[in-house]
Design a binder for this molecule. Structure first.
Ligand SMILES: [Zn+2]
Length: 463
């Protein structure tokens, strides 16, 4: 007790000195931290979207909708193709990736690959906090979903709110709603209204299948429009699965399968228009395709997961059509994988993060590319084009250059040169041993001031 009183007396006596020393230490800390913080440099203006709608058309193979492909059944007979207008015009105003392969052509693994960017993902992987939902949430997004298939428990747990068909039945759908407090109240109320699915009333046969999809598209359009109107500053990711194309393929054969795709094509335009008018990315995707086999009695049966179907191109090749304020108009050839979709979507949102388990690559669909340079200590980083023309520069140890024209660049750090071919967003980590001298001297001086300050306080307290 006596020692404590004595210490308080000493501190009071040296109050003036201690104040100065503490101020110096704090200044040193602020200087050190300011050098170590993230720096954003906008080389050109970027048009980052406010969010995204990811539409997964269950079982829609690109063989049946892309003009470049011809679908065949398992015996090699040529099959028909869907007669489309909206999906074609939507693809013409954005980027269409020609050949994207589903590594696991089945619904649950397909959705797991799509949302983790990992080609071997399953539902357990989705439960491991490594999905695109976990990443965007760190960037203040909310995640919502309308799903008729692919809505397994781990997928539902990733959403702030999800409308899903708990019965997985077009005959008797049972639309359920799971939500968390993180989803705005008025959005929950809107979703509750959409639990009532009146579109199916008096619809039978394949028309009922088309109406089933129409409900999911309508609910998604209503949610996206409502968010943009009533929560314009809240970024969001809306995942949609329409289930009837897949089911029509399984139960009715290829003609009705194509008929349901054509119905979806008619109903899809409103959702696309909402996205394009509201600065949102809109992606048309599928979890897997569909192959057809003719039985002995001449009836066609569709499938995708079992071995004889899974090995076909009709099952493996899935569409990827992406539109957005920062997305190019292009057709991209070359073979890509389903695991590339999640990294590509993050890039479209200008979120410079790597999905923890992803083995996918960013497909260059964006009009520009961002470059993050991470160096061991605060240093001047210069980005050069054509060998010696400086495009941008900044000092720091974690710098992101936004809006670079896709091109070959040289990153200059001290005397070290790193050559990169920047076609899509890239993160470059450099461990430069000889950092900028001025920075080293400044850091050393700040450290000396701090050490002297701490020694002075220690001395006062010991006296
Ligand atoms: Zn599926």
């Amino acid at each position: 007790m006596e020692r404590l009183e004595c210490l308080v007396k000493k501190l009071k006596k040296n109050e003036h000195h201690i104040t100065i020393i503490i101020a110096l230490i704090l200044t040193g800390l602020i200087l050190l931290l300011s050098n170590a913080s993230a720096i954003d440099v906008f080389v050109n203006p970027v048009h980052s979207p406010n969010g995204a709608v990811l539409l997964i058309v269950d079982g829609m193979g690109s063989s049946y909708i892309y003009p470049e492909f011809v679908p065949y059944d398992l015996d090699g007979n040529e099959l028909g193709k869907a007669n489309l207008s909206n999906i074609i015009s939507i693809s013409e105003s954005g980027t269409r990736v020609l050949d994207v392969r589903a590594p696991q052509p089945s619904t649950t693994p397909g959705h797991s690959v799509l949302t983790t960017g990992y080609s071997k993902a399953n539902e357990d992987t989705v439960g491991e906090m490594i999905t695109i939902f976990d990443v965007v949430r760190k960037h203040d997004y909310i995640c919502m979903a309308v799903m008729q298939k692919g809505d397994f428990e781990e997928m539902r747990a990733e959403q702030d709110a999800i409308l899903f068909d708990a019965s997985h039945s077009i005959r008797e759908p049972l639309i359920a709603l799971d939500y968390k407090l993180s989803c705005p109240n008025d959005v929950v109320e809107l979703m509750q209204e959409w639990q009532n699915n009146s579109l199916l009333e008096e619809k039978e046969g394949v028309e009922r299948y088309i109406a089933y999809n129409e409900w999911a598209i309508g609910a998604s359009d209503a949610i996206a429009s409502f968010m943009c109107e009533n929560h314009p500053d809240q970024k969001f990711l809306l995942t949609v699965n329409v289930g009837a194309v897949d089911l029509a393929g399984h139960y009715f054969g290829s003609e009705q399968y194509l008929y349901v795709i054509e119905g979806l094509d008619r109903d899809i335009y409103g959702l696309y228009k909402t996205c394009s008018e509201s600065n949102l990315i809109f992606i048309i995707k599928a979890d897997h395709g569909m192959a057809f086999d003719r039985t002995e009695i001449g009836r066609e049966v569709g499938g995708h997961a079992s071995e004889k179907y899974a090995k076909t191109l009709e099952t493996q090749r899935v569409p990827l059509i992406i539109n957005g304020p920062n997305i190019r108009k292009d057709i991209i050839s070359g073979i890509y994988g389903q695991e590339d979709v999640a990294p590509t979507l993050l890039s479209g949102l200008d979120i410079m993060e790597v999905l923890p388990c992803s083995d996918g690559d960013i497909i260059p669909v964006k009009e520009y590319a961002n470059l993050r340079v991470i160096v061991g200590s605060p240093t001047e980083v210069v980005v050069l084009q054509k060998g010696d023309v400086s495009v941008a520069s900044a000092s720091g140890d974690y710098i992101t250059f936004f809006g670079l024209v896709p091109y070959n660049y040289t990153i200059l750090v001290s005397s070290h040169e790193e050559h990169i071919n920047l076609r899509s967003d890239q993160i470059v980590e450099l461990h430069i041993s000889r950092a900028d001298h001025r920075m080293i001297i400044a850091t050393m001086m700040i450290s000396v001031v701090m050490v002297v300050g701490l020694l002075a306080i220690w001395k006062i307290m010991r006296e």
